[in-house]
Design a protein. Structure first.
Length: 207
């Protein structure tokens, strides 16, 4: 009976975290504050960068903070339910999937960078902060959000590996890094094509 309850709890956690990740923060900001559908504007993403370009700095900051919170809340919820490492990772990834493919927006959402950061902060705050540092360093030199996001994503598995020491190495945590990297790279595939062509816009280049 206890095993059955544990299974149900794990499934409920993953489902709830998917719904948390699906909260369409950027879409709401676009509709309420600018009367636009971000899915049909600019990059088509509902993330903070598209909000910044088409709604404004303040709303973009709020969207970024909430999206980070979605990823962190998913992991915190799993930990509060006293679930194991695998379930914590699954719950975090569920929030990431919800952000990219939200049920409320016909499966078209953001690019998972902010929510992925929140998930990392929940699972291992040193890795999360290191990833954020790489993103900000790249952004300060390139002024290209997508390039900085891709750079941080690619460095994630290495950061996780370096954060592990001997017996503390977690294959599950490394797996979540690889999966998160793959999802972020896949979601940025059009940006990567523009980066190769040299046509990807920089911050402030145009609205």
């Amino acid at each position: 009976m206890n095993n059955f309850i544990q299974i149900i709890t794990n499934i409920a956690s993953v489902g709830a975290c998917y719904l948390i990740g699906s909260l369409p923060t950027g879409y709401i900001a676009g509709k309420w504050l600018a009367g636009i559908d971000l899915r049909e504007t600019g990059s088509g993403s509902t993330g903070a960068t598209n909000v910044f370009r088409h709604v404004g700095k303040g709303p973009a900051l709020v969207v970024f903070i909430v999206d980070v919170g979605k990823g962190s809340l998913a992991v915190v919820l799993a930990k509060a339910l006293d679930l194991g490492e695998i379930s914590q990772v699954a719950s975090g990834l569920a929030a990431l999937v919800g952000h990219i493919w939200p049920i409320w927006l016909n499966w078209k959402g953001g690019k998972a960078v902010a929510t992925g950061l929140g998930m990392l902060l929940g699972l291992s705050w040193p890795v999360g902060l290191a990833s954020l540092g790489i993103f900000l360093t790249s952004l300060s030199f390139s002024r290209i959000v997508s390039l900085s996001s891709v750079t941080a994503a690619v460095s994630l598995p290495l950061l996780i590996f370096l954060s592990s020491k001997g017996s503390t190495f977690s294959p599950t945590f490394l797996l979540v890094g690889l999966l998160a990297m793959a999802m972020i790279l896949w979601r940025h595939r059009s940006n990567i094509q523009r980066l190769r062509k040299g046509t990807e816009p920089k911050i402030g280049q145009f609205k």
